[in-house]
Design a protein around this ligand. Sequence first.
Ligand code: AMP
Length: 416
Amino acid sequence: MYKLIPGTRDILPQEALLWQRMEAACRSVFSLYNYHEIRTPVVEEMSLFNRSLGETTEIVRKQMFVINNKDDNYVLRPEGTAAIVRAYIENNMDKAGGLVKLYYMGPMFRLERPQKGRQRQFHHIGCEAIGSSDAGLDVEVVSLADALLKNLSISGYIINLNNLGCAADKEELALRLRRKIKDLLPKLCADCNQRYDSNVMRILDCKNPDCKTALEHLDLDESHLCAGCRKHFSAVKTGLDSLKIAYALAPHLVRGLDYYTGTVFEITHSGLGAQDALGAGGRYDNLVKQLGGPATGSIGFAFGVERLILAGCGLKPAENKITSYIISLGDNARSSALKLLDTLRRNGISADTDYESKSLKGALRKANDYGAKFVLIIGDDELKKNTVMLKDMESGEQREVKVEDVVQELGKDLVT
Ligand code: AMP
């Protein structure tokens, strides 16, 4: 028997109802903020991610699902941002004018060691606002993340906020970090010792408990920021304060990917255990230009859907009940039943019938399992009179209805 690949999951029909509700709830919030859906392929060129996330990042070094073809190296996308920037440039979305606000939902792939809250195929719901460096947009994007969580009835999360500064500030931050971390190196893991030379900021992302303890008291602040970035950061904080969106300043928050500059944020939830990030995002003001587009500011974020569920998304799953279930008794009634089934569906009334030759009792049980509001029984008697026996499953009442009146009868009930 075949089994799932480790780190992947089936989302069975009952759970899919919750996913549908969550997606619908998110779509309605994105619409409120005027974001429009974009769907990009799940496969992209490998170099797109190598260039934008950075060659030394964990994702690029260890976690890419690579597809080697004869002449090309493709990967299953590990995240959405780089692919959406690729689509933005390739489709000349910048030429259509100004700020483009996009959202997306779909599977992402990372070859990680599977554990609770960490899969190899997981799902992002996220957004990208491409075309503005206005601090007000940072406030909008953080407020949008907050609104999504509220709409999913998730509480108890913390919005951690930092500012990495522009490219020059990031270099300054890296220099300072090297100075501050140098003496701590013996206490840090082998990976972090390597990161010290290749990408020192990522040491702050290390999940190793010893590294976390060693770095806990590292004093970091805003002093690496230039005047412009400091002003931007201050405007973002003031904007969030004025919207009464609570956040925690997190000078240790660097986000592991190369493309981030300026505002970065991560939303954590204590109910998630070791993998406590519900979602994260930030500015990537240099990425569009780096990938061949115009120099333009951008910001986005992504939530992990599986973690939104783990954090106790309070939505009720969508209902999946049918209106009617037809039971035919005997061969003669069967063709009439199938015709009625088709008529109901064509008239927008959900309907099903028994394809397993169940007894009347068994078929009624099945109708009940499907949550059918009405059962329509056709036997020889009804066939002769061109009627059906209409049973209201809630009240238990039964009455005879002419076949040609069934659509109207059921339709009436659906309206009221
Ligand atoms: P990242 O791009 O790593 O910041 O991911 C954004 C969000 O996606 C995280 O905060 C998680 O909620 C979710 N996520 C990332 N990697 C995984 C994974 N391997 N399994 C499940 N969810 C993930």
